[in-house]
Design a protein around this ligand. Structure first.
Ligand code: AMP
Length: 397
C-alpha cells in the first residue's frame, strides 16, 4: 500500500513534528560526518518554505546510564544545522515538560526547534526504545502533523517514530520516500541484468537477504567473511578464517539451490595474523593453508566480479569484501567500489548503508552512485522484504 508523503500533508502554518536521523559520528564535540544532516535538508527546506513551525526529534547513540548523556548530547547538532541552514535553530535541552512546551508554543512560522536526544527517555525504563504509549502520545500532543524522515531507524518501533505516527496525521519525508523507492524498485522491478553483491562478516546476519536476492537477481556475488562458511560447506580447508560451523548445512542448501547464480571468490588474500602488518599471500580459494586466515578477496576475484558487473543495469551492494578497516585488506572492497563507480551513467547502483557506504565515502566516490542508503540495518531489512515498522505506521494514501 502506498504511504502518504510530506506532500500529502497540510503543513502550512502548522506545528510539524519531524523525526530526523541526526545520529551522526562525533569526536570531541565535533561532527565528523554530516551526511545524515545534509540528507534531511530537502524536507526541512520544504517545511520552511511552507511556513511550518518545525520541531525535530532524533536519537543519538545509546543512553543506558546517566554518564551516557553527555557524549550523546544533541546540542552541537543544533549549532551545526543552524550554520548549514543559515538560520537560527533553537534547542530544547529537555525531552518533555513545561520548558519544551513553552518553546514550541512560541515558534514562529519557518522557525526550527531541535529536541534533546529522544533516548534520554530510555534512562527511565526504555520509554523511547520500548515505544512507551504514553510517551508517544505526549510527543504527538505537541504538534499537528508528523513527518518521518529518519530512514536509519525505520526498522525499529520506537516512541519517536511509530508512537507519534500512530497518533497524528502522518507522512514520509523526502529522504525516507527516496530510500524506499530506490531499494524497493531495485528488488521489485530491476532493469536487468540485476547483480547483487553481499559481503560482511557473517552468513547468519544475511541469510534472508541472500535468499531474497537469489530469487530476484541474475547473479549474487559473495565476498567477505561469509564466503568462508560457504567454502567450508564445500569441503575446502579454510585454515583460521572466520566461519559459522552451525550454518554449514544451510550454506550447502543455498549453494545447491542457487547453482551458478551464486558466485564465490576464486582467490583470497590470506594472513598469518589478524593484523595490518601480518605476512600475506594470495591463494586460490581451495588452497588456504593451515594457520592462515582469509581477510580479503584476491585480485582474480576483483577481476571476475568487475567483469560480471560490467554489463549490469542494476546493482545492489551490502557489506565489505574483506577487513577493509585495515589498508592491507581493503583492496577487494575498493576494487568493487571502483567497478561500481565505473558504471556511472550505465546502471542504477545502490549501496545499502553501513560499512560499504563508509568505504565509498572514504574513496570520495559517493557522487558516482545512484543511491547510498543512510540506514544499514533498515536497508538490509527492506531488501529482505521484511516490512519496516517506521514506514508501516505512516498513513496509507
Ligand atoms: P557486516 O557488519 O556484517 O557487514 O560486517 C562488516 C565487518 O565484516 C567489517 O568490520 C569487516 O572487517 C568484517 N569482515 C569482512 N571480511 C572479513 C573476513 N574475511 N574476516 C573477518 N572479518 C571480516
Amino acid at each position: 500500500m502506498a504511504k502518504k508523503t510530506i506532500r500529502d500533508l497540510n503543513v502550512d502554518n502548522k506545528t510539524v513534528l519531524v523525526r530526523v536521523d541526526y545520529n551522526v559520528p562525533m569526536q570531541d564535540g565535533k561532527i565528523t560526518d554530516d551526511n545524515r544532516i545534509v540528507a534531511s535538508l530537502q524536507t526541512l527546506n520544504y517545511l520552511i518554505e511552507h511556513h511550518a513551525k518545525i520541531v525535530l526529534f532524533s536519537h543519538m547513540g545509546k543512553v543506558k546510564k546517566e554518564e551516557d548523556k553527555a557524549k550523546n548530547d544533541l546540542r552541537p547538532v543544533a549549532e551545526y544545522l543552524s550554520k548549514v541552514l543559515n538560520q537560527e535553530v533553537l534547542f530544547s535541552p529537555e525531552t518533555r515538560g513545561e520548558g519544551l512546551e513553552t518553546m514550541i508554543k512560541a515558534l514562529e512560522p519557518g522557525q526550527i526547534l531541535l529536541v534533546q536526544n529522544t533516548r534520554y527517555e530510555d534512562l527511565d525504563g526504555k520509554k523511547e526504545s520500548g515505544n512507551d504509549p504514553e510517551l508517544g502520545k505526549y510527543w504527538a500532543s505537541l504538534g499537528d502533523v508528523f513527518v518521518n524522515d529518519a530512514f536509519g531507524t525505520t526498522h525499529r518501533a520506537h516512541a519517536s517514530n511509530v508512537g507519534i505516527a500512530s497518533q497524528l496525521d502522518s507522512g514520509l519525508g523526502f529522504l525516507v520516500e527516496k530510500e524506499v523507492k530506490f531499494l524497493g524498485d531495485a528488488v521489485d522491478q530491476p532493469e536487468r541484468p540485476f547483480v547483487a553483491i553481499l559481503g560482511g562478516a557473517k552468513v547468519s546476519d544475511k541469510i534472508k537477504v541472500i535468499e531474497k536476492l537469489l530469487s530476484k537477481a541474475d547473479k549474487v556475488l559473495i565476498g567477505g567473511g561469509m564466503a568462508y562458511t560457504f567454502f567450508k560447506s564445500k569441503g575446502y580447508e579454510i585454515g583460521n578464517s572466520i566461519v559459522e560451523d552451525d550454518r554449514l548445512e544451510l550454506a550447502q542448501e543455498i549453494l545447491a539451490k542457487a547453482g551458478d547464480k551464486l558466485v564465490l571468490p576464486v582467490d583470497n588474500v590470506i594472513a598469518d595474523a589478524f593484523s595490518n602488518d601480518a605476512n600475506t599471500q594470495i591463494v586460490k580459494s581451495e588452497e588456504i593453508p593451515e594457520g592462515w586466515e582469509g581477510l580479503d578477496v584476491g585480485p582474480e576475484t576483483v577481476k571476475l566480479f568487475t567483469e560480471i558487473l560490467s554489463t549490469a543495469k542494476t546493482v545492489v551492494w551490502n557489506g565489505p569484501m574483506g577487513v577493509f578497516e585495515m589498508e592491507t585488506f581493503a583492496k577487494g572492497t575498493n576494487g568493487v567500489a571502483q567497478a561500481l563507480a565505473d558504471l556511472e551513467g550505465q546502471a542504477t547502483t545502490i549501496v545499502g548503508g553501513g560499512d560499504s557506504a563508509a568505504a565509498i565515502n572514504q574513496l570520495g566516490y559517493d557522487s558516482k552512485f545512484s543511491h547510498i542508503s543512510t540506514g544499514g540495518g533498515a536497508s538490509l531489512q527492506y531488501l529482505e522484504g521484511t516490512p519496516l515498522p517506521g514506514v508501516e505506521a505512516i498513513e496509507d494514501i
